[in-house]
Design a protein around this ligand. Structure first.
Ligand code: S3P
Length: 177
């Protein structure tokens, strides 16, 4: 991997529950880089979970906070593997900042496979609360169009988290040797 690439933060984007955190942690171990989960950093600093923040401070506060944390990561850190919340790329400023400063990897998954994981995800994902399955599908499709802004897309449907992480490491090494 060349020096410019080693210095870049590698950012994982994709829909809730696609495995950004699990895969990010595996990639960080394999590359010997640090891992940052933006939502986890927010939870730690504010001493509340994301659902609690939505409830007590509102979604707008969360969106502003996630933007500040992502800007801070882009402008002041290097060489990390970073997992973003699935809604971060909705904000054009975040998209622009990440695409300019980082190497952005979109973890893709088909709706059919996501639907099978849905029940495990809903409780801790306030944006899924009170939505019908049709509304969730609509959100899934809307989000797909914002994840289209990326440097590398990785299909996760037929890969385990470990296989996906291996594939990412291989692509990073291949593309940047
Ligand atoms: C959100 C995704 C969540 C979290 C918040 C909002 C979204 O992160 O940031 O609940 O709008 O898609 P994950 O993608 O890690 O679940």
């Amino acid at each position: 991997m060349n020096a410019a690439m080693r210095d870049k933060n590698i950012v994982l984007i994709g829909f809730m529950g696609v495995g950004k955190t699990t895969i990010g942690q595996l990639v960080s171990k394999k590359l010997g880089r640090d891992f940052i989960d933006i939502d986890h950093e927010i939870e730690k600093d504010f001493q509340m979970t994301i659902p609690e923040m939505f409830q007590q401070k509102g979604e707008a506060f969360f969106r502003q906070t996630e933007k500040e944390y992502i800007f801070q990561m882009c402008e002041h850190t290097m060489g990390n593997i970073v997992s973003l919340g699935g809604g971060a790329f909705q904000q054009e400023e975040i998209r622009k900042k990440c695409l300019e400063h980082c190497f952005v990897i979109f973890l893709d998954l088909t709706w059919e496979n996501w639907k099978q994981r849905m029940d495990l995800l809903i409780e801790n994902r306030p944006v899924l609360h009170n939505r019908t399955i049709e509304e969730m599908k609509q959100l899934f499709n809307e989000r797909k169009s914002i994840y289209a802004f990326h440097h590398l897309k990785v299909e996760t449907d037929n890969r385990s988290a470990e296989e996906t992480a291996d594939y990412i490491v291989e692509m990073l090494k291949l593309g940047q040797s």
